[in-house]
Design a protein around this ligand. Structure first.
Ligand code: GLN
Ligand code: ZN
Length: 759
């Protein structure tokens, strides 16, 4: 009998209950007990759904109040010394301090945050020191297992594996590697597994997603060493979970590890199944990740069954498990909550709960034969063919324009040096020019007005008037603070992708399709189901209004094609590149309209460029080629005197500097405050020629950095980057902060820049 199972579930709740409870707790409107009670209820709800779908064993410990990597750090007592003082206070204070930093003059900066593999989920980066000690401290997996058992659910604790945990972390000391700590870490994992075994746990899931990346031989050996030790904790059975790609060269190693089951992502890497079947040891169970945990389309069940039957035929049905490709953390919870989607589009989709139904159905088809589930299979096939033939998807004029793109469409008419001269003459900016990334606080009033507009309680004119008031205030404040290149503040946007999606054809939107981005922050990715086209200007009116209020340049503010693509659920019936180029063409038209209206500076944000990169090295350069080309296609239509900015945040950029350079933006602003300017070293070493603005204000923390602190960061940057190249800006947009925080921080930021300007 094959077993259906799941690697992890979303945490926020179908109505984002966790987010609401946490935000209330942080603003002291909810007690700790009530927060924990909400979390408990959510876990119970999510287990109930999974059990009701027909899963005999449920993941536990996949739930987190903020992030599973932070949970793992605390599980093993990995607490950087700056947080030790908070130990005396309660556990949650420490937990949220590590996640978010603390406010006030003696505030402590949070852990660094970065993207979880190629997803838009952000994890907190563990900080290790060479003298790091590990011990089993905060045993959440055990607590959650007991909690599930108490309710009556058989559960399987989900742990982040030791190798991935170490490799995701950072060493304080430059001359040491996290993997050096493995031998000290393993005993703590052993103690953990022993505690689980003693509590009656039979299966434990250990996630090692690094197996989907290229690993040096030494890391593979470390994996073997680690699992050899962990496997000795009898009578526990280990399910080793890999996801987000094929294992490639790591497959033989993974297959030989002494684990009871190995999970493979067969959505991203279907081809690895044959090799796995061929060389799986007799005792090994294969868990087949056949349902896409990263996208929202109905599975082609017939095709998935072909793979499952092939595995079942070779290994025996009792040696296979059926699962989503990865945790369902990355898809919305429940399609049935959507009441406004066009029925034709809804018919093509499956969210988390529907995916579990697919998992169970596939498993039944294996165990009982296709004929027993014939009706469901036929319905699935019919839906897929309705999608293929739908006129909603195909727009010949878009396809024609795509086919007619010429090589010169990707290159600006002048090189950077020539452009910079023209731009300097036109903009006359001081040295170390100051700017912000785009958004200003999205205040409760602003959200309220938007909600009222959506409900039809105010007219479009009333709403526009309100937005104009916000823009006017934003311009006034920036002038008062002394910023050089202004922004309109993006008050008309609820979200930097959704806003554009709503104005483009080929997009659909959900009411409840939330996905966790980091901590309590969720995003509601649009669904790109068809050819993308712009029907008219999307931002020009707002920009014009903002520019009419000031002499200083106001940036036109757009979201880049790769980011719109990455932060949407993208159609899987054509190459992602084609969809991305369609987006680029629409944005190119928008940039030209801005330029025509008199806009001198346009920013095209690409914060998601790095996260879209495939994990396997062999696929990376092809991706970077088209991703960079999409940016160039969007930005190359303008004159040399028009300054193009881009912005990126939250990722490791060191390995894609060549691609960043190839984008050829005149100015790039980047997140770097939390990592203390480390990034600038790489830019200097790379001899990056265009202008850069390393962020000097970590906007994800309520903490307000002083003038001295930001001046210190700028001085650090100036040691490695020539002053003529340096811009001064925050890490990212300011939408999540309050006006009080923003004005204090930006005041200090402007002072820091001005104090360094040579007269
Ligand atoms: N312009 C956007 C903003 O300021 C950029 C946000 C981002 O990088 N995620 O909000
Ligand atoms: Zn950003």
């Amino acid at each position: 009998m094959s077993t259906p199972h799941n690697l992890g579930f979303a945490r926020m709740g179908a109505n984002r209950e966790l987010k609401k409870a946490e935000e209330a707790f942080w603003s002291r409107k909810l007690s700790q007990d009530d927060l924990l009670q909400t979390a408990r209820k959510l876990r119970e709800q999510h287990w109930s759904w999974q059990a009701a779908a027909g899963l005999p064993i449920l993941p536990c410990g996949d739930f987190s109040l903020y992030d599973q990597v932070l949970d793992t750090a605390l599980l093993f007592d990995v607490i950087p010394s700056r947080f030790r003082g908070l130990h005396a206070e309660d556990e949650l204070t420490l937990y949220f301090a590590m996640a978010r930093g603390t406010a006030g003059n003696d505030g402590v900066p949070a852990l660094e945050m970065t993207k979880w593999f190629d997803t838009n989920y952000h994890y907190l980066v563990p900080e290790f020191s060479a003298s790091q000690q590990f011990r089993l401290a905060r045993n959440l997996p055990l607590d959650n297992f007991r909690e599930a058992a108490q309710i009556g659910f058989a559960a399987r604790p989900v742990l982040l594996g030791p190798i991935t945990f170490l490799l995701l972390g950072k060493m304080k000391e430059a001359d040491s590697e996290p993997l050096d700590l493995l031998d000290r870490l393993l005993p703590a994992y052993e103690t953990l597994l022993q505690s689980l075994a003693a509590a009656g746990v039979s299966w434990v899931q250990i996630d090692e997603p690094v197996l989907a990346t290229d690993l040096p031989g030494a890391t593979r050996q470390a994996l073997v060493r680690a699992f050899n030790r962990l496997a000795r904790v009898a009578p526990l059975r280990i399910l080793l979970a890999t996801y987000f790609g094929a294992l490639g060269d790591n497959l033989p190693t993974a297959l030989q590890l002494p684990v009871a089951a190995l999970h493979l992502d067969l959505v991203r890497g279907p081809e690895q199944l044959e090799a796995a079947i061929a060389s799986a040891p007799d005792a090994l169970t294969l868990s087949l990740g056949l349902i896409d945990g990263r996208n929202i389309w109905k599975t082609d069940l017939g095709q998935a069954l072909d793979l499952a039957e092939r595995a079942a035929g070779k290994l025996g049905p009792e040696k296979i498990m059926i699962a989503p490709s990865c945790s369902l953390l990355h898809v919305p919870i429940d399609l049935t909550l959507e009441t406004k989607l066009a029925p034709e589009v809804k018919d093509w989709l499956a969210f988390g709960r529907q995916k579990l139904d697919e998992v169970v159905l596939l498993s039944r088809a294996i165990n009982e034969g296709r004929t027993r589930v014939r009706e469901a299979l036929d319905a699935n096939e019919a839906a897929l063919s309705r999608r293929k033939q739908s006129p909603l998807i195909h727009n010949p004029s878009v396809q024609d324009r795509l086919a007619a793109i010429k090589p010169e469409d990707f290159t600006r008419p002048l090189d950077f040096v020539a452009r910079k001269k023209l731009q300097q003459a036109r903009l006359a900016l001081p040295p170390l020019p100051t700017t912000t990334i785009g958004s200003f606080p999205q205040t409760p009033e602003l959200r309220r007005e938007r909600a009222r507009r959506r409900k039809g309680e105010i007219t479009a004119e009333q709403y526009e008037q309100f937005v104009e008031g916000e823009i006017a205030q934003t311009i006034r404040e920036q002038e008062r603070l002394g910023l050089d290149v202004l922004v309109h503040g993006e008050p008309e946007r609820n979200d930097m992708v959704e806003y554009f999606g709503e104005l483009l054809s080929g997009f659909a939107f959900t009411e409840n399709g939330w996905v966790q981005s980091y901590g309590a922050r969720c995003v509601k990715p649009p669904i790109i189901f068809g050819d993308v086209m712009r029907s008219g200007p999307m931002t020009v009116k707002w920009w014009q209004f903002a520019q009419s209020l000031t002499k200083r340049p106001v940036k036109g503010m757009l979201t880049g094609p790769v980011t719109i693509l990455e932060w949407s659920f993208v159609r899987d019936d054509q190459p992602r590149r084609d969809t991305c180029f369609q987006l680029a063409l629409a944005l190119r038209d928008e940039i030209l309209d801005l330029e025509k209206a008199g806009c001198r500076v346009v920013q095209l944000d690409e914060p998601a460029l790095r996260e879209g990169m495939p994990l396997a090295k062999a696929e990376q350069s092809a991706y970077l080629d088209w991703a960079v080309n999409a940016f160039r296609l969007a930005t190359s239509g303008v004159a040399g005197a028009t300054q193009i900015h881009t912005h990126m945040c939250y990722a490791e950029f060191n390995d894609i500097l060549h691609a960043i350079a190839a984008m050829d933006a005149d100015v790039i602003s980047m997140e770097s405050a939390r990592s203390q300017m480390e990034l600038m070293d790489s830019f200097a070493r790379y001899h990056y020629k265009n202008d850069v603005g390393p962020g000097i204000y970590d906007i994800h923390s309520p903490r307000i950095p002083s003038t001295e602190e930001m001046r210190g960061l700028l001085e650090k940057a100036l040691v490695i980057i020539p002053a003529e190249q340096l811009w001064v800006n925050p890490d990212c947009g300011l939408k999540t902060r309050s006006w009080a925080e923003v004005t204090s921080a930006l005041h200090n930021l402007v002072q820091a820049a001005q104090s360094l300007r040579v007269p």
